[in-house]
Design a protein around this ligand. Structure first.
Ligand code: GUN
Length: 293
């Protein structure tokens, strides 16, 4: 079997297109959705994410602001800035780019963002609401994966979804979304991580396998069963002397080998990453809609 290659770009374009009338109707009410991204330092991967977010905002007519601060900015100043953004009516979504420099306590910063503007869904309030099955901002990457499944005609109900990785941004919210009691979810979920024993025996049971560990080519052909749906969340830079930039992007899955066994697979690039941006835009539009009641 050769897998269907899931086109993340096409799905993200559909999601973005569906936002156009929602943004237009907000504009009729004189509301322009606004996203403010705060970034400390100049890490190239973070800068590249931030640039993509700005580009998507521009494409949709979302007001985009990027606040670039030196990486020695104090925690106190960052919290003050977040408080100012929390009370700024033009700002509907606030995103503080992670990772933050070591002298800043991530938890404190995420808690400072108003839950109503937390379009990343990383604050404990939104994470709690997600677990409780309440309306919330779901983190963009796992939320985007739910869209990929739905729009590829894959219904996770009753399927065994195995997630590799237990991060707050992907693994944990992914498990919460997949196990929800609602149409498009209802999966049986297992979360594996660095301390899991006999991981291959578990991944081989997966009907849907989600790799989010940040290790290039970690999932090999012998770890999957025929017909599995593979969702590759990894975005790893590996050296490539033939590439203009000196590196190429690869996922957490050995794509060439695994695609011969799976029924469907997301590529890297061109898979999950595209949806992350689109879902962030959707969350920003939702944040602006929420203030209109
Ligand atoms: N760093 C890498 N991805 C993300 C993201 O989706 N949101 C934030 N805030 N930081 C990130």
């Amino acid at each position: 079997m050769t897998a269907k290659i899931i086109d993340g770009k096409a799905i993200s374009q559909q999601v973005m297109k569906e936002l156009v009338p929602r943004i237009a109707s907000l504009k009729e009410k004189e509301i322009i959705p606004g996203l403010t991204v705060v970034i400390l330092g100049e890490d190239p991967a973070s800068m590249s994410y931030v640039k993509s977010k700005g580009k998507a905002c521009l494409e949709l007519g979302i007001r985009s602001e990027t606040i670039m601060l030196p990486d020695n900015t104090s925690q106190e100043d960052l919290v003050k800035l977040i408080h100012r953004l929390n009370s700024d009516k033009k700002v509907h979504g606030i995103l503080v780019q992670l990772p933050l420099p070591e002298h800043i306590e991530e938890k404190l910063i995420l808690e400072a963002i108003s839950p109503e503007k937390d379009v990343d869904g990383f604050s404990p309030i939104n994470m709690g609401r997600l677990i409780a099955g309440q309306d919330c901002f779901a983190p963009a990457t796992p939320y985007g994966i739910m869209e990929i499944l739905a729009r590829s005609g894959i219904d996770p109900a009753g399927m065994h979804a195995v997630i590799i990785g237990r991060s707050n941004n992907v693994g944990k919210p992914m498990a919460a979304l997949l196990m929800q009691k609602r149409q498009g979810a209802n999966a049986t979920v297992t979360v594996c991580h660095s301390r899991t024993k006999g991981i291959e025996a578990i991944t081989r049971q997966a009907d849907i396998l989600i790799a989010a560990i940040g290790s290039p080519g970690y999932v090999t052909a012998d770890m999957v069963k025929p017909g599995v749906v593979i969702i590759d969340v990894g975005i790893n830079r590996v050296e490539d002397p033939n590439a203009k930039r000196g590196y190429k992007l690869v996922g957490d899955v050995d794509f060439e080998a695994v695609k011969e066994i799976a029924s469907a697979i997301t590529p890297v690039p061109g898979g999950v990453g595209k949806l992350t941006i689109a879902m962030l835009m959707q969350n920003t539009v939702k944040a602006a809609e929420n203030i209109t009641g």
